[in-house]
Design a protein around this ligand. Structure first.
Ligand code: NIG
Ligand code: FE
Length: 419
């Protein structure tokens, strides 16, 4: 039998409890349900009790010496962070493109010239499954070191059946072999492969008739994502791909309105996507449509910064009733980072979220965006013991002291995995 874990005396225990079981927006994004001098008891990987230290001392007075105790005096304790949008399983690296953009090339210029997603596709095709596994595992280790205990990961650097499956199988292996919960998304519609230039609809037929059936039969993905963008997939093509995925039980997600306004937010609401991603150029109508359909806005401020674009209108979205989640978008082109703490800082600085809203967006709402809210994203009885102890004393400091990793200890399912 493993010892119970007892974290005591947290200066601030941010529980995010009493969530109304749906993604939060407006004022609810500021309700962190903080317990001062807080305490959590975890057993068999599951949270058994959350309260003040005095309450738990009373409750567990006959079992106190069974537990492995961590004294969190003076420290902030939060749920493990959740990253609901990454392209973590990729081969190679693209640092030369970073220089090219600084020299004036645009993200789309580079992609249209065969770089960008196409360059990573080539490198991912060339990587063996073991190489891809090792590279991806290293990134997951880095996520964990930054307090992230749950990560979504997309395929989309294969653009052929064999390599899409290779990416998804690597992620499946990592689900078993890495402590992080890795939630897989199929994104065969990340780009039109160079060999299908001018024959985009033929590639869409391949996705629908050849890729989706195998991905579904092997249960390799939960979600189906599309890059709906000028010069990539049109809203009509995106809808066709997402509707086809729905027939296999894959839940739609959309890279929407990232580079150009393209009615992506509107489409997300129309097809019942669980989330729409990026939304830098989302229209007012699109934002209103997402508020009424309950589509989560998954915003990626590190990507906006990295592409030197104006960030999405996070403040407006929350005020208008859209539930906002945030994510790294970890990928080799537009956001090569694994730091959710950095993303929380940027959400405050570039989208004017408050520190409390940014934390909700990186925990509970992020979990909702990948249907993991029953297991993680808040500290509540019955959920997994995914917990971070930070080397600071309150949640405002987490966003205020930026560019530094304040993680001290991470528990995943009640097991200490960092610190
Ligand atoms: O979310 N926009 C499309 N996909 C990724 C970038 C992929 C890449 O550049 O490799 C994104 O930003
Ligand atoms: Fe992305």
């Amino acid at each position: 039998m493993k010892k119970p874990i007892w974290i005591k005396h947290a200066a601030q225990l941010v529980t995010l409890a009493q969530a109304d079981k749906k993604p939060r927006s407006k004022e609810a994004m500021s309700e962190l349900a903080i317990i001062e001098d807080g305490s959590v008891w975890i057993e068999d990987g599951i949270i058994q009790a959350v309260g003040t230290t005095i309450e738990l001392e009373q409750h567990y007075k006959n079992r106190a010496n069974e537990a492995e105790i961590t004294d969190a005096t003076g420290h902030l304790v939060t749920p493990g962070l959740v990253d609901p949008h990454t392209h973590v399983a990729y081969g190679g690296s693209r640092e030369r493109e970073f220089e090219m953009r600084l020299e004036g090339a645009s993200y789309m210029d580079i992609m249209n010239a065969g770089g960008g997603i196409h360059a990573t596709t080539t490198m991912t095709r060339e990587a063996t499954e073991d190489e891809l596994f090792t590279q991806t595992k290293k990134r997951l280790d880095s996520f964990l070191a930054h307090g992230v205990t749950t990560v979504e990961g997309k395929s989309g650097y294969g653009l052929d059946l064999e390599t899409e499956l290779k990416q998804l199988r690597v992620m499946k292996r990592l689900q078993n072999e890495h402590v992080i919960d890795l939630i897989p998304t199929f994104m065969g519609a990340h780009a039109v492969p160079a060999t299908y230039k001018g024959k985009e609809n033929d590639y869409i037929d391949v996705i629908i008739n050849e890729m989706l059936p195998v991905v579904a039969a092997e249960k390799l993905a939960v979600f189906n994502d599309v890059f709906c963008e000028v010069g990539v997939f049109t809203p009509e093509q995106s809808e066709r791909i997402l509707e086809a995925g729905k027939k296999y039980g894959l839940i739609p997600k959309i890279h929407a309105d990232e580079i150009e306004p393209y009615q992506g937010a509107e489409l997300a609401a129309k097809v019942g996507a669980i989330s729409a991603e990026h939304l830098l150029k989302a229209s007012d109508e699109g934002i209103a449509a997402m508020a009424s359909s309950g589509t989560i806005a998954c915003l990626l401020p590190a990507t906006a910064l990295y592409l030197r674009e104006q960030a999405a209108q996070g403040r407006k979205m929350i005020d208008e009733g859209v539930a906002v989640a945030i994510s790294t978008d970890c990928n080799p082109g537009s956001s090569p980072t694994t730091s959710m703490p950095l993303v929380m800082n940027l959400a405050c600085i570039s989208m004017r979220l408050t520190p409390a809203e940014a934390l909700t967006a990186a925990t509970y709402n992020a979990a909702c965006a990948i249907q993991m809210e029953a297991k993680t994203g808040s500290l509540e009885v019955g959920k997994q013991g995914d917990v971070v102890l930070w080397d600071i004393s309150n949640y405002q400091e987490l966003q205020y002291l930026f560019g530094v990793n304040h993680v001290k200890v991470v528990w995943k399912k009640g097991v200490k995995v960092v610190g």
